[in-house]
Ligand binder design. Structure first.
Ligand SMILES: Nc1ncnc2c1ncn2[C@@H]1O[C@H](COP(=O)(O)OP(=O)(O)O)[C@@H](O)[C@H]1O
Ligand SMILES: Cc1ncsc1CCOP(=O)(O)O
Ligand SMILES: [Mg+2]
Length: 266
């Protein structure tokens, strides 16, 4: 697993894939900068009139429903449909799933276009798997351990790779499971860390044909960069800044030494 992360980081930096995001107002700048820092090329685009043309030229797509509205939802559906038809990998970030019926209905419609990967926090994954949970807006009210069974169910039902993020990140592909124990609790104090993880996962999916390996690579790199940034940070503000530097400078030797990635049978 570690070797695959290292290989994919090298390929990503060589290829500089183009990643489109239809994402929320809160994180547009942060996720674009994180994509640049890791070596990808970001484009944020949500106009309905350019959607089909845009999806044709990108290497991966993020659909993040964080600040959805009726105009954006139309664009999201168009983009997801186009990506599905073209076999372009697309990653769904179900921000705030379970918070309102509008979010849940939109997610049900998006799922019909078969996301390649779904990355959410524990409450969001539980809500998507139809657990009867009350979520706390965009933040998780559950641990990733609590969501594991629901993540497995969702992966099978949606035929997608599912990532449940949290203190431990789980990456699930049907019966396959990887645990990633990197990251830092200060990451929970900066908005957009999950959205950034999703964007990185999309960048890896643009260069790695196996979405399971791409998700493991994206989440490992995010966790490591968060951990490295937290060593220098004095609080949430500096954590955000140091995260870009950590992504930019992340070395093969650091992945080898510090990645805590385990594939397991349960
Ligand atoms: N307590 C924690 N310890 C280590 N890493 C964490 C912790 N909480 C969040 N992270 C990391 O922060 C990133 C965002 O995860 P999360 O907070 O679950 O998503 P979201 O921002 O969508 O709620 C992931 O890379 C995750 O591993
Ligand atoms: C605060 C907020 N409100 C709508 S989207 C958003 C950002 C959520 O980002 P993340 O899920 O990565 O913390
Ligand atoms: Mg989130």
């Amino acid at each position: 697993m570690k070797e695959s992360v290292i290989k994919n980081l090298k390929i990503l930096r060589e290829k500089g894939p183009l990643v489109q995001s239809i994402t929320n107002y809160v994180v547009m700048n942060n996720t674009a900068n994180a994509l640049l820092a890791i070596g990808a090329s970001p484009i944020m685009a949500h106009a309905k009139l350019e959607m089909a043309d845009m999806v044709k030229i990108v290497n991966a797509l993020v659909v993040n429903i964080g600040t959805l509205d009726e105009f954006w939802v139309d664009s999201m559906l168009l983009a997801a449909k186009e990506a599905n038809e073209r076999n372009t990998p697309w990653v769904l970030d179900p921000v705030g799933a379970g918070a309102t019926p509008y979010r849940n209905d939109t997610l049900t419609r998006l799922l019909t276009f078969r996301p390649t990967i779904i990355r959410g926090n524990a409450s969001e994954i539980m809500a998507l798997a139809k657990a009867n949970v009350q979520t706390k807006g965009v933040d998780s009210a559950h641990s990733s351990d609590e969501a594991l069974a629901f993540g497995k169910q969702l992966s099978k039902e949606a035929s997608a790779v599912v990532c449940i993020s949290g203190a431990v990140d789980y990456v699930i592909d049907g019966d396959k499971l990887t645990r990633i124990k990197n990251g830092h609790e200060l990451m929970g104090k900066v908005t957009g860390m999950g959205c950034t993880a999703t964007a990185l996962v999309a960048a890896f999916a643009a260069v790695e044909p196996d979405p399971y390996l791409a998700t493991v690579a994206g989440m490992t790199v995010m966790g490591l960069a968060g951990e490295i940034a937290a060593r220098k940070a004095e609080g949430p503000g500096t954590l955000q800044l140091y995260l870009y530097d950590a992504l930019y400078h992340l070395k093969e030797s650091e992945v080898k030494q510090w990645a805590k990635v385990e594939e397991s049978d349960d």
